[in-house]
Ligand binder design. Structure first.
Ligand SMILES: NC(=O)c1ccc[n+]([C@@H]2O[C@H](COP(=O)([O-])OP(=O)(O)OC[C@H]3O[C@@H](n4cnc5c(N)ncnc54)[C@H](OP(=O)(O)O)[C@@H]3O)[C@@H](O)[C@H]2O)c1
Length: 345
């Protein structure tokens, strides 16, 4: 591809406080060479996840490059991409794939990485493949369906309720017949949760006392807590668990940038008193079972019973904004970016 350039964002400065465009540098480079066993893809949709900050955050000022993504390297992401050229036995040009790519127009990959590259099933829109049916949807589905073991009528509380994972998990909990209370951080999220997702109540984590509101809304306690925040929110919820209560540990958005990490949980012993359990799940370990999640979620998405709420930025230039919005809390639904066409030279 001699007349194409690869526009890309590389890491320029590690994150010490807020994530912003100043942490990255936009540059142009030649399209990478393709060698045996690899495929060249054109990235079409980029996904943003709070854990991406872990590879660029500065933990030890004395060793700024210690661990994580080295300065000058292309920022990593999950993406849906089109195979342009393949010297890999399992892929052909024209395939639409999901995998571990970069904030760039073109990526060369051997198909391995944090998540292995796989072909997106025919008829699945790319924005679903990278969101509601990507890792985001997998953790929501297996977290609610399998880890939480829900029973109709139970009380389900979820933090990050109107985010990418949260927007799917929240709606699934309603579909399973649970009473759902969402914890969220903005008026736009509150409105979406009440008007579109049909939750029973919303707690605004910024303007309300979460513990007090949980006492008011759940006088008989909480059966399931789906945790996207970690830290103090989890501690508050633990005080309200009912006998047999389950906590699904999905993420710790409130802690990814915390340095030093705050002191540990104060209320974990509540689990003893209620014979409760707390269980984590790692989405990529469920990838081999993605056809189960697809079989459950696709009909719901197609019928409109489950809405894929997406917050879509446009054009590669906006990529740093995509990550920053997860920490400012501006995203409503899954934060995605639809790529623009690279310049032909
Ligand atoms: N286990 C896995 O395999 C797996 C896979 C994917 C994602 N995850 C995790 O799932 C969680 C949700 O991911 P997502 O992609 O759907 O992100 P998201 O919820 O769409 O976006 C992040 C949200 O976190 C909240 N937030 C930001 N800073 C915060 C802070 N300091 N304290 C508390 N809340 C804060 C904001 O929502 P509010 O203002 O509304 O609270 C923000 O919109 C993340 O922790 C992510 O790492 C885990």
């Amino acid at each position: 591809m001699p007349h194409r350039v690869n526009r890309r964002w590389v890491l320029a400065r590690r994150v010490t406080d807020e994530v912003s465009e100043a942490n990255f540098r936009f540059e142009e480079a030649p399209v990478p060479d393709l060698t045996e066993g690899k495929l060249l893809v054109h990235n079409r949709w980029l996904s943003f996840d709070p854990t991406q900050v872990l590879m660029i955050v500065q933990r030890d000022p004395a060793a700024p490059d210690e661990g994580g993504l080295p300065l000058g390297e292309v920022m990593h992401t999950l993406a849906v991409s089109e195979v342009v050229e393949s010297r890999h036995p399992e892929f052909s040009s024209g395939d639409i794939v999901h995998g571990h790519m970069g904030w760039e127009d073109y990526t060369v990959t051997d198909g391995t990485g944090f998540t292995p590259v796989y072909r997106v099933p025919d008829g699945v829109p790319p924005e679903w493949a990278v969101g509601a049916l990507g890792l985001t949807g997998l953790v929501a589905y297996f977290g609610v369906h399998e880890v939480a073991q829900p029973k109709a009528g139970e009380t389900f509380v979820i933090s990050g309720a109107a985010g990418g994972v949260g927007s799917i998990a929240t709606q699934l909990a309603k579909i399973y017949g649970l009473r759902v209370i969402g914890i969220a951080g903005s008026r736009a999220k509150r409105e979406w949760l009440l008007e579109e997702a049909g939750v029973d109540a919303v707690i605004d984590r910024r303007s309300e006392d979460v513990g007090k509101r949980l006492s008011e809304l759940c006088p008989e306690g909480i059966d399931i807590y789906f945790d996207n925040h970690g830290g103090p929110t989890l501690d508050r919820v633990l005080e309200h668990l009912r006998p047999g209560g389950r906590v699904v540990l999905c993420g710790i958005t409130s802690l990814y940038r915390a340095d030093p990490a705050p002191p540990g949980l104060q209320n974990y012993a509540s689990l003893i008193m209620v014979n409760g359990r707390m269980q984590g799940l790692l989405g990529r370990d469920y990838l081999p079972r993605r056809s189960e999640a697809f079989a459950a979620l696709l009909p719901l998405l197609r019928s409109g019973r489950l809405k894929s709420k997406e917050d879509v930025l446009s054009g590669l230039r906006e990529a740093p904004k995509g990550l920053a919005r997860l920490f400012s809390g501006d995203n409503v639904g899954k934060q995605l970016l639809r790529m623009d066409e690279p310049p032909a030279r």
